[in-house]
Design a protein around this ligand. Sequence first.
Ligand code: ADP
Ligand code: UDP
Length: 239
Amino acid sequence: MQKLEQIYEGKAKKVFAIDDPGLVIVEYKDDATAFNGQKKGTIRGKGIINNRMSNCLMLLLENAGIPTHFVREMSERETLVKKVTIVPLEVIVRNISAGSFSKRYGVEEGIKFEEPVIEFSYKNDSLGDPLLNTSHALALKLATEEEIKTIRSYSLKINTCLQAFWAECGITLVDFKLEFGKTAGGSIVLADEISPDTCRLWDSVSGEKLDKDRFRRDLGGVEEAYAEVMKRVTEHDNC
Ligand code: ADP
Ligand code: UDP
């Protein structure tokens, strides 16, 4: 499985073609960005942790009946995945108020919702990933009604599954972002990554932030927080 040309370099990962047109290799970097790329930095060892953790969580979700892009971990930073056409909708699931939700609606962080909140934003860096609803997504032809229904139902199931998993690790799943893709056959699968870069994870007892907010907000102990989350995942389940 030889890497051929690099087809994309994003903020946190590179994507490489291989000799099978249905597959790509994703390589995780230590680069960190926030606020739509305005804040830049490095989190040492992050690529290794996010690769492993994302693969563990994708496997967990596959076992729970969610189709994902995951095929096989190739090395500590590289994973073989099904090549998909990314649906340009970032799905955000929230269990507790934080981040842009708190800012937008003027509420404190930490309010537990009775039901999870699902938000969509348009995956478009030059527009700053604007928030949109289903009717906007349909008007912009970002996905079909059927695809949005599937994405919504997978997202809720993923939330239930991940909330339970993180709770067993002593972590509260506050919110997270998902990306879905379409395979060559036209089916919707979970793609991209699930990691402390894309989730808000709070220690269940102390409430300490164990995710990218430590980098975003200059809280210090960024590498330590990522390592702590990885340690708890490994202790829970040596996937
Ligand atoms: P960004 O593009 O936001 O800077 P990354 O640095 O994480 O993000 O780059 C990885 C890119 O690869 C993202 O644009 C993501 O949508 C895309 N991607 C993730 N999984 C797959 C996949 N299975 N097939 C094709 N593209 C993918
Ligand atoms: N998120 C992400 N990528 C994005 C935007 C958000 O992974 O481009 C994640 C973020 O880490 C958090 C959740 O989605 O876990 C909700 O983020 P929010 O809308 O509060 O935005 P932010 O505070 O990151 O601006």
